[in-house]
Design a binder for this molecule. Structure first.
Ligand code: DQA
Length: 167
């Protein structure tokens, strides 16, 4: 087991019927996935991404709470909710990742594993996308694999909680 997995494994995270769901939170403009700059973000819709996340979590016997918002305060409210309600958090902060100190502050209050996720690879795009306010609070970042980024992020986050594949 890696040091990160040891850090997060604990009451409520370990699995079983009572395990809390994993939260997958999406920031602004991701509701337009499929139509928005498809040459960058692809043609898969957010509903299809939701299904990918649910299927991957189901392999661990876990449920997903999957949400999207265009509002910074709402995203922060959901991060705070995840403190109590989630076993792990996957977040694609979208544009707020590059701008929001408040989002970082909220994420730093969580003790569950956080995985930052991006469809595109911001490291090879514009300079302003190279800084993330989310990364300092994340156990890791998965970016550049399109919808597969989400599947890998759900998988990684659940493994960090000590969850094991049941299917
Ligand atoms: C994104 C990358 C961000 O730079 C951008 O603002 C987004 C989407 C991605 O998933 O590739 O809205 O987070």
């Amino acid at each position: 087991m890696t040091p990160d997995a040891r850090r997060y494994k604990g009451a409520g995270f370990g699995g079983g019927r009572m395990a809390k769901p994993i939260y997958v939170l999406n920031g602004p403009n991701l509701n337009l996935l499929g139509a928005r700059e498809p040459h960058i973000y692809g043609k898969t819709t957010l509903e299809q991404v939701r299904a990918l996340c649910e299927n991957r979590a189901a392999e661990f016997g876990r449920k997903v709470v999957f949400r999207q918002t265009n509002h910074e305060g709402e995203l922060i409210d959901w991060v705070q909710e995840a403190r109590e309600q989630a076993s792990a958090l996957v977040i694609n902060p979208a544009g707020y990742g590059h701008t929001s100190v408040a989002l970082l502050d909220a994420l730093k209050t969580l003790s569950i594993p956080i995985v930052e996720c991006h469809l595109s690879n911001p490291a090879v795009r514009e300079q302003f996308r190279r800084h993330s306010f989310v990364s300092p609070a994340a156990a890791g970042v998965i970016q550049g694999f399109g919808p597969l980024s989400y599947e890998l992020a759900v998988d990684s986050a659940l493994r960090l909680t000590g969850a094991v594949r049941t299917a």
